[in-house]
Write a protein that binds this ligand. Structure first.
Ligand SMILES: C[S@@+](CC[C@H](N)C(=O)[O-])C[C@H]1O[C@@H](n2cnc3c(N)ncnc32)[C@H](O)[C@@H]1O
Length: 252
């Protein structure tokens, strides 16, 4: 049985949850926070809302003013530095426009900057393809906490700072759609590389719970926070289903 894995899910503001976590209790933070693009896109009056029923700029969770968002991320990194173990790793997904802000804030809180990488979506929606470049990339930034190197399970292979996957597949939307849901295979890449079995993974902005499903599947403990009730429900349902599947597999 692999039932010793612990999953803790909180329908709450991550800063309140992080304040309750013990110092140096987390091995890897893998997260995809708001990119502070919703307001920017709304202000430019793009017609994305009309084109996409599920446009995240209208969802209400990414519409802070830049300085409000920056202050929130500043407080987040302060707590992240405290709860992450010495030499624990952190991957933050971010729009390429905001990478510099994240590096500045995390460095202020003693994170050691390692890499800026790119996730390329092989099949993005070709919106306005005759007007401009199709938006098919997002950035991710890799840091190590209070040290310069951490777990890096490359197994002798050269790992590039670039990962290419398709967007989420149909069965990953089974419990509802999150407008910026990440593919499971993308998060698996980082969990395998930057953590070991039985480690504790934290996603403070878990949305539909992708990091939780992947952690459970790869035998890692998981702590996840999501402020929105509906997304939290999607995450709980997705993760509970994988727990049941896991138990069924274990009993066979
Ligand atoms: C970019 S999405 C994450 C998507 C996720 N990676 C997935 O695969 O579904 C960011 C999420 O953070 C949540 N959020 C925003 N502010 C938060 C806060 N202070 N505490 C917890 N969750 C928050 C939003 O509701 C949103 O679902």
């Amino acid at each position: 049985m692999t039932s010793k894995i612990k999953i803790q899910l909180y329908n709450n503001d991550c800063l309140s949850v992080l304040k309750e976590l013990k110092d140096e209790s987390i091995d890897l933070i893998l997260t995809d926070p708001p990119y502070n693009l919703g307001k920017f896109m709304k202000d430019r009056q793009t017609n994305l809302k009309k084109m996409r029923e599920n446009f995240f700029g209208e969802a209400g969770w990414d519409d802070l003013e830049y300085l409000e968002w920056k202050n929130h991320m500043d407080s987040f990194f302060e707590e992240a530095n405290r709860v992450l173990k010495k030499r624990g790793s952190m991957i933050i997904f971010m729009s390429l426009m905001k990478i510099e802000t994240i590096v500045e804030l995390a460095s202020k809180h003693k994170f050691y900057y390692k890499t800026t990488g790119v996730w390329h979506k092989t099949n993005p929606m070709p919106r306005n393809m005759n007007l401009h470049f199709i938006n098919s990339t997002e950035g991710w930034i890799y840091f190590v906490n209070k040290g310069k190197t951490g777990t890096f399970n490359n197994k002798g292979k050269a790992i590039h700072d670039f990962i290419e996957t398709s967007v989420i597949r149909g069965n990953e939307k089974k419990y509802g759609i999150h407008p910026t849901q990440k593919p499971e295979v993308l998060f698996e890449h980082f969990v395998n590389l930057l953590s070991n079995e039985n480690d504790v993974i934290l996603d403070p902005f878990m949305g539909s719970g992708t990091a939780g499903i992947v952690s459970k599947r790869l035998n890692r403990n998981f702590v996840g926070c999501e402020i929105d009730k509906e997304y939290f429900k999607i995450a709980t349902n997705r993760i509970e289903e994988t727990l049941e599947q896991q138990i069924a597999i274990d009993l066979d």
